[in-house]
Design a protein around this ligand. Structure first.
Ligand SMILES: [Zn+2]
Ligand SMILES: [Zn+2]
Length: 255
């Protein structure tokens, strides 16, 4: 069984060798600044410095086997939180790389609302480390982004989850099949809603298309942040109803 520490160790083991040397060359001319603290981001690829990465709270075991919600203390058996025990989620497992704390909220806000799309590789590296640590033996047929409603997509000009899904698909050498899922109903923001309201807000908001592409396949849903999991659950439901064999979910951050 992989441990949460492995997410961290896999993340930091990336970018070794030749990349490390090549990535330093432009820095000598034009130093990269850390997107979080503004200081120089030396000695590693990406836009977040070592100090800020060290300040991330990486998700570690123990956590719920279903939704991946971390629990404090020691759990000696396969643990399911009371929420997953009561309302069995439609996703098989959900996992996140780090807690939505420390430097992460400001970075995610810049990525989502501030057009900081150049942070995509930093977040994709976190997602990849999480997937390799938590699903070491699973071969995903495709990754799927949580879709935005077309109206919101026009307002924002890009879907941050789609950016993450495309980048992650390339890293995992699988396909991005995000077009199988669409948002058929605009929803209000989940911020400020309780768990019950969040479930009601996204109920029947998603629909699956191209059933023949979905049937019998194993999917990995990708989003930026997971709070109660209501959105990922509604997406998983649409895919499962359309015949998906398994749906798993991965996010950069866990609220
Ligand atoms: Zn920094
Ligand atoms: Zn749970």
């Amino acid at each position: 069984m992989a441990t949460g520490t492995t997410i961290q160790s896999l993340f930091f083991s990336g970018g070794a060798g030749l990349w490390r040397i090549v990535s330093r060359l432009p820095d000598m001319i034009w130093p990269r600044l850390c997107a979080s603290c503004g200081l120089e981001a030396r000695d590693r690829p990406g836009h977040v410095c070592w100090d800020c990465l060290s300040a991330m709270e990486w998700v570690q075991e123990p956590f719920c086997d279903g939704c991946g919600d971390p629990v404090y203390g020691t759990v000696g058996h396969v643990y399911r939180c009371s929420f997953c025990a009561e309302h069995r989620p439609w996703f098989d497992r959900a996992r996140s790389a780090a807690r939505y704390r420390g430097p992460l909220p400001a970075l995610m806000q810049a990525f989502k609302y501030g057009r900081a799309v150049w942070l995509t590789p930093d977040f994709a590296a976190m997602l990849e480390a999480c997937v390799r640590a938590q699903w070491p033996n699973t071969r995903f047929d495709a990754v799927v982004a949580v879709p935005l409603h077309p109206r919101k997509r026009r307002e924002r000009s890009y879907n941050q989850s789609q950016r993450l899904a495309s980048a992650l698909a390339r890293r995992l050498k699988t396909q991005d099949m995000s077009r199988v899922l669409c948002r058929v109903r605009p929803t209000t923001t989940q911020t400020g809603l309780n768990a019950r309201q969040r479930r009601a807000n996204v109920r029947d908001a998603f629909a699956a298309r191209h059933r023949d592409w979905i049937e019998g396949r194993v999917f990995l849903l990708v989003d930026d942040v997971m709070t109660t999991g209501a959105t990922l659950n509604a997406c998983s439901r649409a895919l499962k109803k359309a015949g998906a064999r398994e749906t798993h979910a991965v996010t950069v951050a866990r609220g």
